[in-house]
Ligand binder design. Structure first.
Ligand SMILES: Cc1ncc(COP(=O)(O)OP(=O)(O)O)c(N)n1
Ligand SMILES: Cc1nc(C(=O)O)sc1CCOP(=O)(O)O
Ligand SMILES: [Mg+2]
Length: 227
């Protein structure tokens, strides 16, 4: 008698999804800080569940990052949203942020960990690389980020992973995986189905024609399908 149990692939996919917490929203800030941004952030966070927020300012002085971080931190705390700073573990420490997101040239996970402590959330950019993901988590990262899954106007990107990299990750690791890059409510379903634990989104929320609250609400339907 054949002892192999053949799992219906659809059942296997659903089982895998249900074995992990539901997919959640991870907001990425615009790369320039507008004085009206705190109000936009409040509107976005009041519109629906958001797990994390990344302050990602580019080409600005440290003092501006510190000023923006200090203004946004109490808002994020009030909504119980994790505050992640992009690129800079040193400034994350100064701000008392919950964590830092590191690209492949933004310093090592080990250095960030020794600076920020073991409670900090440290994420790493992995592009379309399984190797980077394994290396990052072996070094102690708390999440891995794959992207850019779709074309994006927010940043120049050169990698275009297939959603199957998320499925592969979920079969080998319990460490959360983030999908990023051009994600909208209309194109997010394959990423959620493939096992993304978080959808990291910038343009689809902050540049939503009806404002950021409508942007967050628009993701609710797709995220609720996994909860
Ligand atoms: C969640 C998340 N994923 C990937 C990135 C990109 O990081 P990096 O490659 O360092 O590029 P910059 O964002 O610094 O331009 C990210 N920030 N967040
Ligand atoms: C910051 C960032 N990193 C990416 C990567 O592929 O690593 S894509 C990206 C931009 C995300 O913004 P949007 O949701 O507007 O596409
Ligand atoms: Mg970076």
């Amino acid at each position: 008698m054949d002892d192999d149990i053949a799992l219906d692939p659809q059942f296997a996919e659903r089982f895998k999804r249900e074995a992990r917490p539901p997919c959640q929203l991870y907001l990425i800030s615009p790369d320039r800080y507008d004085p009206g941004f705190p109000e936009q952030l409040k509107a976005a966070l009041g519109a629906g569940p958001v797990a994390a927020f990344q302050l990602r300012l580019k080409g600005v002085e440290d003092v501006e990052i510190l000023r923006a971080g200090a203004a946004l931190k109490p808002i994020l705390a009030a909504y119980d949203v994790a505050f992640i700073l992009n690129d800079r573990a040193d400034l994350a420490k100064e701000l008392g942020a919950d964590g830092v997101h590191l690209g492949q040239s933004d310093g090592s996970v080990a250095e960030a960990r020794s600076l920020l402590g073991h409670d900090a959330q440290i994420g790493v950019t992995c592009h379309d690389s399984r190797h980077f993901a394994m290396e990052g988590t072996e070094a102690g990262a708390d999440y891995v980020a794959f992207g850019a899954f779709y074309p994006t106007a927010t940043k120049e990107t050169t990698h275009r992973p297939d959603p199957s990299i998320l499925s592969w990750w979920t079969t080998i690791s319990e460490i959360p995986c983030v999908a990023i890059g051009g994600i909208t409510p209309e194109n997010a379903a394959p990423l959620v189905a493939a096992g993304a634990d978080f959808l990291a989104v910038c343009g689809a929320v902050w540049a939503h024609p009806q404002g950021p609250a409508a942007g967050v609400k628009a993701f609710q339907g797709i995220l609720e399908q996994t909860s």
